[in-house]
Design a protein around this ligand. Sequence first.
Ligand code: INI
Length: 160
Amino acid sequence: MANKGIDNSAARVQGNDGGYFIITTRWNTEIVEGLLSGAKGALLGVGVDPRQIRVECVPGAFEIPLACQAAAARSDCDAVIALGAVIRGGTPHFEYVAGECTRGIGQVALQSGKPVAFGVLTVDTLEQAMERAADNEENKGAEAALSAVEMVNLLRVLAD
Ligand code: INI
């Protein structure tokens, strides 16, 4: 898979001990299912054991950071992968929801010291969201999953 910015060789899993926690939303279910499918496929593709993958769902993108924080606090969590979609589509909520979600996810990563991959689409239209959640090389769930594996590997190297 030739995802932009992701080094697939660096993303090959190097241990089957930890867990990958995927946080999804009930908002924009169809889009999020596409992201989830991409993320799971990417994790399995780089050697993650299915038993290492746990999926939990929150109401919407605004709730993602808190769930990520709870997941990252677990000793059996190596990385968190946040998946969701905030679609501008005329909602005055957009800037607030997208902004808080993005900021919160970054904050959880820095405060927990664990990778929290950002697979939350922030787009203008449903069509744009569908393009990024499609079953192809542009799938942003897959990109987020591979970045999580790559960061787990890097943090292990840096901890030595
Ligand atoms: N949540 C989303 O995940 N995507 C959206 O596009 C969205 N919009 O447009 O409002 C959205 N809102 C809900 C929000 O994330 C919270 O769940 C809600 O405000 C309750 O806290």
